[in-house]
Design a protein around this ligand. Structure first.
Ligand SMILES: CC(C)(COP(=O)(O)OP(=O)(O)OC[C@H]1O[C@@H](n2cnc3c(N)ncnc32)[C@H](O)[C@@H]1OP(=O)(O)O)[C@@H](O)C(=O)NCCC(=O)NCCS
Length: 178
């Protein structure tokens, strides 16, 4: 990390279910750029354990957590968007960190790792959505070769009644096209 500490990226295992729920709650409260409001993190501990166990058995969806001094600093994932033959080459990417860990290089390391993983799994295209105003995330994605391909207007609606657009970005990682 930029501050000299070491961050370990490892699969999210069921033993971390309780810490993961706390982490999800905290990140939902800290940023308007994630999908859920904190009160929407409603999984029971058993349900969260089951989700994490189930994920470990999948070969086309991978969730990793960033551990710093034994605490969950962030998580990230790639997931096959759909197994149908015509669209199974596409994966989605998601990434988040607790506020205390922003701007320390963890996001960059996650992007590098997820890209390598997506290539190894055999995906051709990585896709993501970033909410307008999330300049740090957009800069990170552009630095890693993602380009803007579209927009979902009014994608997010907040408790105060305001809306924000979502910018769609993608990165081609398959064979070079003719
Ligand atoms: C977005 C997020 C994952 C980025 O991870 P991070 O570890 O903070 O990112 P890094 O430190 O690796 O890199 C951030 C880069 O953006 C740059 N940056 C920071 N603030 C910026 C801003 N306002 N505008 C443009 N660039 C910015 C940094 O300088 C850095 O670039 P550099 O590596 O060339 O110096 C993290 O900040 C986060 O979790 N945010 C809240 C949740 C979220 O928005 N998730 C993404 C949803 S799409």
């Amino acid at each position: 990390m930029k501050d000299g500490r070491t961050c370990f990226l490892q699969p999210t295992t069921p033993e971390y279910a309780e810490k993961m729920l706390e982490y999800l709650h905290q990140t939902a409260a800290e940023t308007p750029f994630l999908l859920r409001e904190p009160e929407e993190i409603t999984y029971t501990l058993d349900a969260e354990r089951a989700i994490l166990k189930d994920l470990l058995g999948k070969n086309d969806t991978v969730m990793m957590m960033a551990l710093v001094d034994g605490e969950i600093a962030g998580n990230c994932s790639i997931a096959r968007i759909d197994p149908k033959k015509r669209i199974r080459h596409r994966c989605s990417l998601a990434i988040a960190l607790k506020k205390d860990y922003w701007n320390l290089g963890i996001g960059s390391a996650m992007m590098e790792y997820l890209t390598e993983l997506a290539i190894q799994i055999g995906f051709d295209q990585m896709e993501l959505g970033v909410i307008e105003g999330n300049d740090r995330a957009k800069a990170l994605y552009e630095k890693n070769g993602f380009v803007e391909t579209g927009k979902i207007v009014n994608s997010m609606k907040y408790d105060d009644g305001s809306y924000r657009d979502e910018i769609i970005m993608s990165k081609w990682i398959g064979r070079p096209k003719e």
